[in-house]
Design a protein around this ligand. Structure first.
Ligand SMILES: Cc1cc2nc3c(=O)[nH]c(=O)nc-3n(C[C@H](O)[C@H](O)[C@H](O)COP(=O)(O)OP(=O)(O)OC[C@H]3O[C@@H](n4cnc5c(N)ncnc54)[C@H](O)[C@@H]3O)c2cc1C
Length: 454
């Protein structure tokens, strides 16, 4: 059997190659960079451990645990401690704990009495017609009011998409929220009734899902996949053209394959030359998918130089607070072994669609901006003992209103172009869980296709 070609060696492509191997299907993975892992990149610097890209995996799908187990990494997985359940939102330049119970909600200074009263009306607001695609900001204003948009949704969106609620499609970017309204007619009722249903089915909500990393950071996962697939991986090989001929796919000098999986960012997919049945297949429309730029600024401090207890996951900055950064993760509170004894490690993000120009600043300037925020919000009063800055010019795809056309385009190509498959963050969701599930499911679709044509 000719092998399957997988193009792109981020977590999506690696997962797909690993799962294909388990289906007994040989695969060769091509990666443009000199390392696999894509945006997952961990830097170990003495006793500091900095994540340049993602920090945590949320275990919302059983496929995640399966992958960790199958790679023999269970002993190296570290769950974030229970004490880091607190999440802070900045209001009036101070971190305020996000309420977790009805009592906390009633007492919190995060929302005004007026906003709390407005929330009570939510179950009585009519649902939007199912076929109307609404942006997240308008959805939230309509259902729960402006203040929740400013102090709950805006910072949350900054944390997940580094994007803008005015542009993101509630149906595409937050399908669960959209489904709650459509199914229960109310987010509040949906939370209660959906939670009961989920409990019965043994599911886990993202809020309650365990979060984890590994003793040597998230790169442990992609390194382990890289090791397992060593013989099948070709790094430093950017593929720019694929041609289907005589029932197989040719990658030019790189050989012939039974099928091709494209596990690439949209802006690279758009550049790919695809030839099928002697005709070009134009992928250039995928260049219209917008990406938010993000700079990760990782700083170490002596513990006594930070006034805040850092007893949580981190603090998110609403745009109305006019800070420079999107928010900060309390990295050394989340996982042990990220900073030397007596020190702490904080990871802040700058840029996003909120302030894309900021990522063009020098590392020194980025550190200064973040220091300004940390002094104000967390009471930092000493110089950093460690710093690492990493800029992603095109970090996270934006599932804006109208995104469905891109997904339909990729799905139609999968149906009509025999042996061509798509997976990854621009098709199946932007989180690591989404990418792992995407790689896993793509391997299943490829296995079915090969069975059919056998
Ligand atoms: C700063 C940041 C923080 C994040 N934080 C979190 C988090 O905490 N938790 C979470 O769940 N998610 C997080 N995410 C999202 C998550 O990391 C990504 O969605 C996921 O890693 C995407 O994986 P992927 O394999 O689809 O794409 P990528 O990681 O982008 O991999 C694509 C690969 O394709 C390669 N490639 C490109 N062109 C070619 C070519 N022509 N030929 C061959 N190879 C090519 C690239 O070099 C790259 O290695 C974060 C993302 C960023 C950027």
């Amino acid at each position: 059997m000719k092998p399957v070609a997988i193009i792109g060696g981020g977590i999506t492509g690696l997962t797909a190659a690993f799962r294909l191997e388990q289906h007994g299907i040989p695969a060769t993975l091509f990666e443009a960079a000199d390392r696999v892992g894509g945006v997952i990149q961990t830097v170990r610097d003495g006793e500091y451990l900095a994540e340049c890209g993602p920090n945590t995996i949320m275990e919302t799908s059983p496929l995640i645990g399966d992958l960790v187990r199958d790679l023999g990494l269970e002993d190296r997985r570290i769950y974030s401690s229970d004490q880091t359940g607190n999440r802070y939102i900045v209001r009036d330049k101070r971190p305020v704990k996000l309420p977790e119970s009805l009592l906390e909600f009633l007492l919190t200074p995060l929302f005004s009495c007026r906003a709390k009263a407005r929330l009570m009306v939510e179950p009585f607001i009519r649902r939007a017609p199912a076929d109307v695609e609404e942006n997240l900001a308008s959805f939230v204003r309509r259902r729960i009011g402006r203040e929740f948009l400013d102090y709950a949704i805006n910072p949350f969106v900054a944390g997940v998409y580094a994007g803008s609620p005015e542009r993101l499609s509630v149906r595409e970017a937050f399908p669960k929220l959209h489904a709650l309204e459509q199914r229960y007619g109310s987010l509040i009722l949906g939370q209660i009734l959906g939670g009961r249903e989920r409990k019965r089915q043994g599911g886990v909500s993202s809020k309650n899902a365990p979060k984890f990393s590994f003793d040597q950071g998230l790169e442990t996962l992609t390194d382990a996949l890289g090791q397992r697939l060593k013989e099948q991986i070709r790094t430093g090989q950017a593929i720019s053209e694929i041609t289907q001929r005589n029932n197989s796919w040719s990658l030019g000098q790189a050989g012939d394959y039974s099928a091709v999986l494209l596990a690439l960012p949209a802006f690279r997919l758009a550049e790919m030359q695809v030839n099928f049945e002697s005709k070009p297949v134009n992928l250039s429309m995928l260049a219209d998918i917008q990406y938010a730029p993000v700079a990760s600024v990782v700083l170490g401090f002596h513990r006594h130089d930070v006034a805040h207890p850092l007893d949580g996951f981190g603090a998110l900055n609403p745009v109305v607070e006019q800070l420079h950064s999107l928010g900060t993760i309390f990295s050394s509170s989340l996982f042990p072994g990220r900073a030397p004894l007596g020190q702490v490690l904080l990871t802040s993000y700058v840029g996003g669609l909120r302030a894309p120009h900021l990522v063009s600043k020098t590392p020194d300037e980025l550190c200064d901006l973040v220091m300004d925020d940390l002094k104000t919000v967390l009471g930092v009063n000493g110089e950093p003992t460690y710093r690492h800055v990493f800029v992603h010019r095109r970090a996270i795809p934006q599932y804006d209103v109208g995104y469905d056309r891109f997904k339909s385009f990729m799905n139609e190509l999968e149906t009509n172009v025999s042996g061509l498959f798509f997976a990854g963050h621009c098709r199946d969701g932007v989180s690591l869980v989404d990418s792992i599930v995407s790689g896993h499911e793509a391997a299943g679709r490829i296995a079915n296709h090969l069975k059919k044509i056998d």
